[in-house]
Ligand binder design. Structure first.
Ligand SMILES: [Zn+2]
Ligand SMILES: [Zn+2]
Length: 394
């Protein structure tokens, strides 16, 4: 009997995360560290210090128009910039770092030209404008922390931004006025400022380094699971009721039957307002409120802003990976401890969301937890779990 030629057997796309040998193992260690440093840098230095304190000092925040300009710049352009940067990174890893990892539906997938990518990214900028204005006017992300405070579940008073700024500058008793002392990163590098105060204000506050690492891990993981379940529930409703689908123009997102990572953020403007509320603003607010009630993240306002921002970046990352159409080995569904994500099969959220775009009537979440709870998880045609389901039906 002739042996099957193994080289001609198509690789199983659902096993893509196991391919790539040593490169995969290195990337599975490097990627979580890289992302944490990148999101942390933006969240703990760029956003609170470099811009907020800068704006305070320039007096911009005391002028209504200045405040509006600052808020729009950050909630619109900078937020769009971070999302776009995240999408570009995810697509770069999917397409160029792991080209050998097979796609689901390889023959049906279109090529996304640079011109098309730029066109949709440009449209995305305009489509996020209304959300930015709504975020400035209505702080949905503060709803749950506010409710928890009213219920007396959160009673600590974190150091305000102004107090922390004052303390960090005053911490150096021999200071001479210099431009870099106001900027903690430059101040620390220049030896003018001890990093201790700043680091201690951003730490979750468990009392030990190991405890803080565990709290950070739990915070991110709980946050992305909440985001998945909350978005899944909204998205299911949006598909169930045709008028919701129509008025939010959800069809714009469904023009991508075989998406790339960046498609995750490409939604029509009203769809973005609703989707961001359910996938970002409400779940991040709820996660922050629960952890604050447990006594963490209460040391400074900047810390709270920073951690909320970190969580949002992980939600964007989850969304972008869910749209890559292949088992990119660095996505485990558990960003800070990949072995747990793989053990729980959370990486198959990529296959699930691919099925959502292929069929349009299943797999409504971003991490597959919500879909497994609601019983709506489905897989692409070339995924073993899809074939099993088909066989069962037949
Ligand atoms: Zn999608
Ligand atoms: Zn949909």
């Amino acid at each position: 009997m002739a042996m099957a030629d193994e080289s001609k057997v198509d690789p199983d796309p659902s096993k893509g995360h196991l391919m790539g040998g040593t490169k995969t193992r290195i990337m599975q260690v490097v990627w979580p560290i890289f992302c944490f440093c990148l999101y942390g840098f933006f969240s703990f230095w760029y956003f609170p210090w470099a811009t907020l304190t800068g704006a305070y000092r320039l007096g911009v925040l005391s002028e209504p128009l200045g405040l509006l300009a600052w808020a729009l710049a950050h909630y619109w352009f900078v937020a769009w910039g971070f999302v776009t940067l995240n999408a570009v990174l995810v697509d770069f890893v999917a397409e160029h770092v792991f080209p050998e990892v097979p796609y689901y539906n390889p023959k049906a997938r279109p090529d996304y030209s640079m011109a098309e990518r730029l066109k949709f990214t440009w449209e995305h900028l305009w489509n996020t404008g209304v959300l930015a204005i709504l975020q400035i006017l209505v702080r949905v992300d503060c709803l749950f922390p506010w409710i928890f405070k009213q219920l007396g579940l959160i009673n600590q008073t974190p150091l305000s931004s102004a107090e922390l700024h004052q303390q960090s500058v005053g911490a150096n008793t021999n200071m001479t006025v210099s431009p870099s002392i106001d900027d903690p990163v430059l101040g620390v590098f220049g030896g003018e400022l001890s990093p201790d105060l700043l680091v201690s204000c951003y730490r979750p506050g468990s009392g030990s380094v190991m405890g803080d690492m565990l709290v950070a891990f739990a915070f991110i993981q709980v946050g992305i699971v909440f985001a998945d379940i909350s978005y899944c529930a909204w998205h299911l409703t949006q598909h169930k009721y045709k008028f919701l689908n129509r008025i939010t123009n959800h069809g714009y997102h469904h023009q991508f039957h075989y998406p790339i990572g960046a498609c995750g953020s490409w939604l029509a403007w009203l769809d973005i307002c609703f989707s961001a509320t359910f996938s970002h603003l409400l779940p991040t607010g709820l996660t922050v409120a629960i952890f604050q009630a447990m006594g963490f993240f209460n040391l400074s306002d900047f810390g709270i802003i920073g951690w909320k921002f970190v969580l949002q970046m992980y939600i964007h990352e989850m969304n972008h990976f869910a749209h890559t159409g292949k088992q990119v080995p660095v996505w485990s569904g558990c960003p800070l401890f990949p072995p747990l994500g793989f053990a729980l099969n959370l990486q198959d959220s990529i296959a699930c969301h691919e099925a959502h775009h292929n069929f349009g009537n299943c797999s409504f979440g971003l991490l597959s937890v919500g879909d497994k709870i609601f019983g709506t998880a489905q897989y692409p045609v070339d995924h073993p779990k899809h074939i099993k389901k088909q066989k069962k039906v037949a």
